[in-house]
Every structure is written in C-alpha cells, then in structure tokens.
Design a protein around this ligand. Structure first.
Ligand code: FAD
Ligand code: NAP
Length: 432
C-alpha cells in the first residue's frame, strides 16, 4: 500500500484526503496540519495566523457553484455563505469522510525533499518534536493566500501600516484616516468595512479593475455567467462587458480608471457595495501611490493626502517554505510550470492540489484534481508522456488572455478547468 503524505487540511487538503480514503489508499496516509483545526483559511481568528479572512467575510462565489459536488451545502445556506458557515461545512465534510483521525494536528511540515531513491523524506515538527518520515507520494495543499505581498514605495510612512492578511475587524480604525491600497476583493471588502467607522476612507488603485455586482436580475453573477457557457468565449465576454456597463456604468463615473483589459482577463472584484459607497461620499478614490513621506501619501496624479493608517490589500505570494528554493519556487512568476495546475514536469510522485485561482470557487475543482491524483496512484490513469510540452502549451494558452502578472499566474476559467479535469478523469474510467 503506498505511503501518502498530504500537507494541509484546508478545503483542498480535505478534498485530497477524501479521495485517498474513498479510493482505498489510506492505510498509510498522514495529513499534516500545522493548526489545530480543519478548514484552513476559513478558520477565522482575531489573532493573525494562517487565515486571511476577516470578521465580515462572505464568499464571492455563490452557493450554487461553491459546494463540493458530492457534498451539498446544508439547506438554508444563503447565496453567499459567511466564513463561519463555511468552516462548519468543512468540519462536517471532514467528519463525513472520516478524515480527522488521520490528521496530525499542530504538526508543521518543515522540510520536504526527494531522497536518492525518489522517495519523499518529510521532516515535521509537532507536539512530539521533530520527526523524519518517508512517503511514496506527496500532495501539497498548503494554500496560496496566506503569505502577504506588501508593496514597496519610495520614502517611509510613520502611521500604522498593515497588510490585509492582518486586518481582522474595522473597529481599530474607528475615527482614523485610512488608505486602502488595491482593487481586489480584499481591498473592496475592507474599504467598505472601514468606511462604516473611519473618519475618512480612501481606496487607491494603480490600475482599472472589473467590478462585478454579486447579483444581477436577482441572480448571483456566477450563475448568470454559467448560463452563457454555450456561447463562444469572446461572445460571452462581450455580453458580460455590455451587461456590466449597462448595469452600473463605467469606472470613470465613480472616480476610478477603466480597466485596460477585457472582462474576465483579470481576476474580477465581486462587490455590490463599493460603487454605492463611493457615490455616497463614504469612500474616496485615488490612483496608485507614488511615494510616502511621514503621514503624507503622494499619488501618481500629483495629489497628496494625510493618513493615520495604510492597509495594503495587495495580495499574496505563492510559497512553499518546506521546499528548498533551488528545488521548487514559484514566487513572483507570471506562469507556473505545472500541467492542469497539479502535475510537475519531472517529479512523478508529487501533486499540487488547489494551486489555482478560478473565476469561481477553488474546492470543487481541488476535489477533481485529487481524484485524478488518486487514479494515477492506483495505476488507473497515466499522465501524458509529453508532459513538458503540455506544460508549455498550458502556459502559452490560458483560458482567457489573463494579465501577465504574478497575481494571474494560476488563474483559470472555472467551467473550462472543470471540463479539462473531468476529461482526464473519464480517461481513467475507460481503462477500468
Ligand atoms: C478573504 C478571502 C476570501 C476568499 N474567498 C474565496 C471564495 O469566495 N471562493 C474561493 O474559492 N476562494 C476564496 N478564497 C481563496 C482561499 O484560498 C480558498 O477559499 C481556500 O481556502 C483554499 O483552500 P486550500 O486548502 O488550498 O488552502 P488554505 O485554506 O490556505 O489551507 C491550507 C492549510 O494548510 C495548512 N498548512 C500550510 N502549510 C503547512 C505546513 N507546512 N505544514 C502543515 N500544514 C500546513 C494550513 O494551516 C491550512 O490549514 C478567499 C481567500 C481569502 C483570503
Ligand atoms: N469576499 C471574498 O470572498 C474575498 C475577499 C477577499 C479576497 N478573496 C479572494 O482571495 C484572493 C486574494 O484576494 P486579494 O484581494 O487579497 O488579493 P489580489 O486578488 O491579489 O488583489 C491584489 C490587489 O492589489 C493590487 N496590487 C498588487 N500589488 C500592488 C502594489 N505593489 N501596489 C499597488 N497595488 C498592488 C492588485 O492590482 P494589480 O492588478 O495592479 O496587480 C490588486 O488590485 C482572491 O482569490 C480573491 O478573490 C475573496
């Protein structure tokens, strides 16, 4: 029986564990989890730790498209569940598939390397101290929204400067002059929350972004998008662009730059409140930051303003602290060299699970990746022999013309990626 190691018991690690268990491969399975709970990012804590969610986080992918396909959300969940509801959901998923007993909680994988025989040598640190164990397969599900990527500016700021990873609640910012940097989902959510209590809230974006409302015509926007899947992608983009512009007008009407790329070619910001708050005078807008001087922030349009706090909602690095940098390091890359965002070109007993950012939800597709990995371990699926060529093709031909920035290195179109993964899974079913 193969010895399988999973790093992480967040939504992706749980999907990996479920597939190992349901495939009958779990005899020597060990899941390492550095925290004391399952759910990863969705375990909200007041104290900054692994999780990057804040008190008021609700998901941006709707309930229709955000449950594991074999484990529906409980009846009564709202369209966009809260982090508390998701945490409970992941806990019940883990219990349902008998996962917790296989997890070594409070145990961090500190080093992972291949020994001279091609077996994984895993070093961990936990309640029983440091341990070295050997595994035939490694599934990496350590998440990619936890290692903050703060911006670097000329000059220095003498007020409080935090990254959105450390933002938990708006209360500490009551009565303050707050600048939020970024135009992604964290920036929009946090700006809204601060605007309720701060003396003044300003959001600075160095480029134009596409903002999608959470609902259109009374329907969650991702559900609407899925209704257009029968159309060719450029037509889908054209219709979505037109609908969004008719619905809310261009960014310029709200004091922000228009995006210089097509809709869905950048990770969308799904937020129905930001535009409203801007036009109610609760949030001011600024272009990018050019330099800092004491409490003064200078912007690229030549204007300046004084702030007490800067919250940099500028995203995350992809990090694998347990791999030697000379072995695997995707930090700062605009493309990652993996096939189907999971298969490495040369290492045959390594799988990345959940290392992608969909225009949609991560964990249902992490489940498909894990299924494929298990099929290969069982000998029922073989990755393509020309995998190096496939990796090149995948990097050259993304689902949309995504912006070539590290933020989009793992971006995928949910329905297209789902189809690709299911196609590989079906190949295994045919050779049964
Ligand atoms: C504010 C916010 C909102 C989001 N909203 C959405 C959304 O609406 N929809 C969506 O699909 N995604 C969303 N995301 C993305 C989020 O990353 C995924 O929802 C999801 O958490 C990914 O699951 P994961 O298991 O891959 O990673 P994580 O949830 O990050 O879990 C990784 C787990 O691995 C453990 N771990 C890490 N390193 C080690 C180690 N060395 N040893 C042992 N254990 C380790 C961690 O403790 C953690 O439990 C959001 C992210 C943020 C920050
Ligand atoms: N409610 C929710 O469900 C929710 C909430 C928050 C986050 N999320 C998810 O969590 C993930 C992370 O989101 P995020 O918003 O934290 O990060 P993100 O999506 O990476 O967005 C980072 C933002 O900061 C900007 N930025 C990056 N570096 C910068 C710099 N040096 N100077 C100025 N601006 C910079 C980016 O703009 P450029 O394009 O110019 O780089 C972008 O607007 C995403 O998948 C997101 O969908 C979901």
């Amino acid at each position: 029986m193969p010895r399988i190691c999973i790093i992480g018991a967040g939504p992706s690690g749980l999907a990996a564990a479920k597939n190992v268990i349901t495939s009958g491969l779990a005899e020597s399975l060990v899941i390492f989890e550095k925290s004391g709970e399952v759910g990863g990012n969705w375990v909200y804590r007041e104290k900054p730790g692994h999780s990057s969610v804040y008190e008021t986080t609700h998901i941006i992918s709707s309930k229709t498209l955000s449950a594991y396909e074999d484990f529906p959300f409980p009846a009564g969940f709202p369209d966009y569940p809260s982090h508390r509801q998701l945490r409970e959901y992941f806990e019940s998923y883990a219990v349902n598939f008998d996962i917790p007993s296989r997890i070594r909680f409070h145990t961090e994988v500190t080093h992972a390397e291949l020994d001279h025989t091609g077996v994984w040598k895993i070093t961990s640190r936990g309640p029983r101290g440091k341990r070295v164990e050997y595994f035939d397969y490694l599934m990496v599900a350590n998440g990619h929204h936890w290692d903050p990527a703060p911006p670097k500016y000329e000059g220095s700021f003498t007020g409080k400067f935090i990254h959105s990873h450390d933002y938990k609640r708006s209360e500490p910012f009551r009565g303050k002059r707050v600048l939020i940097v970024g135009g992604g989902n964290s920036a929009a959510d946090i700006a809204m929350e601060c605007a309720r209590v701060a003396d003044r809230t300003t959001i600075s974006m160095r480029r134009g972004h596409w903002f999608l409302p959470k609902f259109m015509f009374g329907t969650p926007v991702d559900v609407l998008y899925h209704r257009s899947l029968w159309m060719p992608r450029p037509i889908r983009q054209w219709i979505l662009r037109l609908t969004v512009l008719l619905w809310q007008g261009s960014n310029r009407k709200y004091g922000m730059a228009n995006p210089d790329y097509g809709v869905l070619e950048g990770h969308p910001t799904v937020n129905s409140e930001l535009f409203y708050a801007i036009r109610h005078g609760q949030i001011a807008t600024k272009p990018g930051v050019s330099r800092l001087d004491g409490r003064t922030v200078y912007f690229t349009d030549g204007s300046s303003e004084t702030f007490d706090v800067i919250i940099a909602a500028t995203g995350y690095h992809i990090s694998f602290p347990f791999f030697d940098k000379s072995f695997i390091d995707f930090k700062g890359r605009t493309e990652i060299p993996l096939w189907r965002k999971m298969f490495h070109g040369e290492i045959h007993n390594l799988y990345f699970i959940g290392l992608f950012q969909p225009l949609g939800c991560i964990w249902p597709l992490a489940d498909f990746q894990a299924k494929l990995a298990c099929l290969e371990i069982e000998g029922r699926y073989t990755r393509p022999a020309d995998i190096a060529v496939r990796i090149e093709q995948e990097m050259r031909k993304p689902h949309f013309r995504f912006l070539k920035t590290p933020r989009h290195s793992t971006e995928v179109d949910y329905p297209a990626f789902r189809k690709e993964l299911r196609k590989e899974i079906r190949k295994a079913a045919r050779i049964q």
